[in-house]
Structures are given as structure tokens and as C-alpha cells.
Write a protein that binds this ligand. Structure first.
Ligand code: GLU
Length: 506
């Protein structure tokens, strides 16, 4: 394989929203491809019509766009190996299934659903495989004449792989090392269904071959399928072209007990999907990282660190840095516990790291969907600069930046009223006059005016500083109060003092 161009694929089934583990699989594929100057292919594995969910493919494409993990080939942009949707490749697969039957590695099975259900009732842990296949309705058990007759009559049938007896199949996983399986323990999986659609097992092998995939990275849950795929590569005569495999470790619940599921997210109050997913059948909304206010840079960064590190303590990586440092061998075999607090830490670090100008469109959107109108983008950039270090999620900008665009709707009165005095009223009335005639409107000058007046009035700075902040902001938060006043401008600051004074003294 070493001479061929690296080609990897992400091959999701469009059955619902995209779990963060799915995005991590995309990311590792993407990093590996880009690191080796290769291609990243998106293939939609939609051969199971029963599990197909409307809108799921678009959702997956949108997730990839949001994350900036752009496929080189996909159903959307096409490519040399199109089509990239397996349902549109239906006609391709039968030939390979028939070839396996002709070679004796697969067989026709005519059993009806009812017959199989009956078997499952009669036999605990029934598996369609070497123990029972001879007593069932298939081309291994029937005579050639009977089989021909059934085929001629057009009796619905599937094609199943014939798992060999007493063999062990093995391969070298890029993360796990040597892995082996006993064929006796694997059942005869269906390869081609009665409707002529391939199952995942056949389609994944045929398409990885036809699309010249060199490396296949997928979730650990697919490891039990590896022996079937290995045998198909061998039986179809393509073993020399088989991709190298890596089965990525699971993302675990915060307590480490089992795979992190959608339900854990709901139970523990954090998202598990990349973006909001609205199930078209049930109308159930599963929240996503994007809508909660995660930056795509932070989301990718935190996913990369779930099960991988570069061998140092470095935790913050740009996508380019990840491409540079990534190696699949450094992905751990053990599952990675998901820690939502740590996830938020990544986001806060990324909000700090990014320039206010690059955050601006996203913050503007956040403010607007939360009812804050932004008309001056340059002003917003300055506001972001002033408050971004206080925000963990993009949604936090509503509280941390909203008051720069609208006079406080509410004040933290319990923090000011009990200690209010006439001297304070006098101070703020005087402050209005002093500020109104200020010639320079910069934080340092404003602070000088303020402190000078405090002294003149014989007050203590601590008496009036907090009320001043609450007048401008509404609450006890925000950056340096003179920075806030400087940004708000003279007219607005003076107005806010006046309005608040009336409320405080009412
Ligand atoms: N279609 C499979 C899925 O939905 C892909 C597994 C693979 O990458 O081989 O996850």
C-alpha cells in the first residue's frame, strides 16, 4: 500500500444526528489524510432503508461544514469514484455477491422472516451459521435442482457469507496491534438482501476496494465485523489491496462506565451531538455543541484530545497544528472519558485565543438570536475585545456584552439600595455634570475625574464604585468599569447614571 496515494473515508449511515464520537472519527480520518497529502472521501452508507432518516445526510454534511472538515470527494462535490451514496450504487454489488456464491463462499438463503423468527423462539441464541445452516432453507441444504427451481420462480432470497469452520483470521490494527478471531464464533451474515440492496458488510468492502481506500478508521464497535470483511477481501481476491485498519477507542461516560450515549447527555445536562438534531419522526430535539455556543475550533481540539496527545503537555492545537502532529499510532487503545467541564475549558481557551474580529460574526449571531440588535460591527469588535476573556460559551456573550447595546432592563438593587445615602445621590448628580463636560473620553481620564470627585466629596472609592458599575451594567460583573464607560461613550454613560439614579432613589 505504501506507494499508493493515501485515501481515507468517513462512511456514515444517515440514521440520525452525529455523535461526537462520529465527528472524532471524521477528524482522525481527515488529519491522517491531510498529514500524508491524501484524499478524504465522504461516502453515505444508506443501504438499510429501514434505518434511513430524512434529513440525516444533510445534517452530516452541515456538521462537516461547521467543523471545516471538507471532503475532497462526496455526494455533494462528486469525484472520480462517484456516486458516493451507496443506494445509487445498488447495481454494482450483486455481481460480487454472485461471484462469492459461484466460488462456494456464499449461498442463497430462502428462509422467510417468519421461519427465522420461529427458529429464534425454538433455539436460544440461534445463529444462522455452521451449526444450523444445514437444516435451513438454503442452497447448501437444498439440491441444485431445488435451488434452480426456487430461483426461476423468483422466490425472494438473500445471499449469505459461508463462514469457514475452524479457521482463525487476523490482522494488524494500527492502534490495537495484532487482532484475531475464530470463524466458528461468527454467524453467516447476509451480504445481499432480498430487495437487491447489499448489506453494510458487502458494500463496505466493495466500495473500499473500488474507491481505492488505503486506510480505514472507524469506531471500535465495528471490530466484531472485521473477520467478515477480512474474509470478503480475501475471497474476492483483493487482499493485497486491503486498507490498513484502525478501530478508534470509544468515548466513555464521565464515570468511565460504558459508551457515552445520547441519554447520558440528557441525564447529565450536556450535548453529545455536534449540532442540534431534530428527529423528523418524533420531533425530539437533541441538543448540539454548536447551538450551546461551542466554537468549531474548540470542538475539534477537544475531540482530538479524547484518546490522542502529541506526547507532550500541549493541549491547545489549531487544525493545522493537529495535521502536523497527528499520528494514528499515538491514539490510545483505551476508551477516553468525556469531561464536560474540560470541554468548556477548551472553548474558553479558544475564545481567548481568537481575535475579536474573527469571533465577531458568530457573536453577532448569538446576540441577535437572543434579541440584541447590533448595528455597528466595529463597535461590537471592541466590545468583544473587552469581554471575551470572561466568556466560556458563545452564549455567554449575551450577558457579558448585551449591556453595551441596551440600557440595563434590571438592576441588582439589593447590592446598592440598603447602603444608599444622600451623599451618594449628590456624588452621582455631580458626576453627571463632570462627565458631561469631559473633553477626553478615555478610561484613564474617566478614572481621574471619578477619583477626584470621590475625594472632593469626602467619600470612599468603595462606596461609589459598585453602584457606578451597576448603573452601567445592571449587575456585579464585566470588565474594568472605566473601560465600560469609555466604550459606552459620553452620552450613553451620562444617561445611564441619570436613569439608574432615579431607580435607586425611588
Ligand atoms: N456505515 C458505518 C457506520 O454507520 C461505517 C462503518 C465503517 O466505517 O466501516 O458507522
Amino acid at each position: 500500500m505504501s506507494n499508493s496515494k493515501v485515501r481515507v473515508r468517513f462512511a456514515p449511515s444517515p440514521t440520525g444526528g452525529l455523535h461526537l464520537g462520529g465527528v472524532r472519527t471524521v477528524l482522525f480520518n481527515y488529519l491522517f489524510a491531510k498529514k500524508h497529502g491524501g484524499d478524504f472521501v465522504l461516502r453515505i452508507e444508506d443501504t438499510d432503508q429501514n434505518r434511513y432518516v430524512d434529513g440525516a445526510e444533510k445534517y452530516i454534511l452541515d456538521c462537516l461544514k461547521w467543523c471545516g472538515l471538507t471532503p475532497d470527494e462526496s455526494p455533494e462535490v462528486g469525484g472520480h469514484y462517484a456516486p458516493y451514496r451507496q443506494s445509487e450504487r445498488k447495481a454494482i454489488y450483486r455481481e460480487y455477491a454472485e461471484r462469492l456464491v459461484a466460488q462456494g463462499h456464499a449461498y442463497y438463503a430462502f428462509d422467510t422472516t417468519e421461519e427465522l423468527e420461529q427458529k429464534r423462539k425454538e433455539i436460544p441464541n440461534f445463529q444462522y451459521g455452521q451449526v444450523y445452516r444445514d437444516g435451513l432453507n438454503n442452497s447448501l441444504a437444498l439440491t441444485t435442482g431445488e435451488v434452480e427451481h426456487l430461483l426461476d420462480k423468483g422466490v425472494p432470497h438473500v445471499i449469505r457469507i459461508k463462514m469457514p469452520t475452524d479457521e482463525s483470521v487476523h490482522f494488524n490494527d494500527m492502534i490495537r496491534g495484532h487482532v484475531s478471531f475464530e470463524t466458528n464464533l461468527v454467524d453467516d451474515k447476509v451480504l445481499l438482501k432480498a430487495d437487491g440492496m447489499p448489506t453494510y458488510h458487502l458494500a463496505v468492502v466493495v466500495d473500499d476496494y473500488l474507491m481505492k481506500i488505503t486506510h480505514a478508521f472507524r469506531g471500535e464497535e465495528w471490530l466484531p465485523s472485521a473477520p467478515i470483511h477480512l474474509l470478503l477481501w480475501r475471497y474476492l481476491g483483493w487482499e493485497a489491496n486491503m486498507p490498513e485498519w484502525a478501530h478508534l477507542p470509544l468515548i466513555l461516560k464521565p464515570d468511565g462506565h460504558g459508551k457515552l450515549s445520547k441519554r447520558d447527555g440528557a441525564r447529565l445536562g450536556f450535548p453529545v451531538y455536534a449540532m442540534n438534531w431534530l428527529d423528523p419522526k418524533t420531533q425530539e430535539l437533541t441538543p448540539g455543541f454548536r447551538e450551546l455556543g461551542f466554537l468549531p475550533e474548540a470542538f475539534l481540539n477537544l475531540l482530538a484530545m479524547l484518546g490522542w496527545n502529541d506526547g507532550t503537555d500541549k493541549e491547545i492545537f489549531t487544525l493545522d497544528e493537529l495535521i502536523d502532529s497527528f499520528s494514528i499510532e499515538r491514539v490510545s487503545k483505551a476508551g477516553a472519558k468525556f469531561d464536560f467541564e474540560k470541554a468548556k475549558w477548551y472553548n474558553a481557551e479558544w475564545i481567548k485565543k481568537l481575535q475579536a474580529t474573527s469571533l465577531e460574526p458568530q457573536v453577532k449571531h448569538e446576540l441577535e438570536i437572543r434579541g440584541v440588535e447590533v448595528t455597528d460591527d466595529a463597535y461590537l469588535v471592541k466590545v468583544i475585545e473587552a469581554v471575551k476573556d470572561r466568556c466560556v460559551l458563545l452564549a455567554d456573550f449575551r450577558q457579558q456584552a448585551g449591556y453595551f447595546f441596551e440600557i440595563p432592563a434590571e438592576y441588582d438593587l439589593p447590592s446598592v439600595q440598603p447602603k444608599w445615602t444622600d451623599a451618594k445621590t449628590d456624588f452621582f448628580n455631580e458626576l453627571i455634570l463632570k462627565l458631561s463636560s469631559a473633553e477626553v473620553w478615555e478610561p484613564v481620564q474617566l478614572e481621574v475625574i471619578f477619583k477626584y470627585l470621590v475625594e472632593e466629596k469626602g467619600l470612599k472609592i468603595g462606596d461609589v464604585m459598585l453602584p457606578f458599575r451597576i448603573m452601567l451594567v445592571g449587575g456585579k460583573f464585566g470588565p474594568h468599569v472605566f473601560d465600560i464607560a469609555a466604550l459606552l461613550g459620553k452620552e450613553e454613560t451620562v444617561e445611564r447614571i441619570g436613569v439608574a439614579l432615579e431607580v435607586f432613589t425611588a
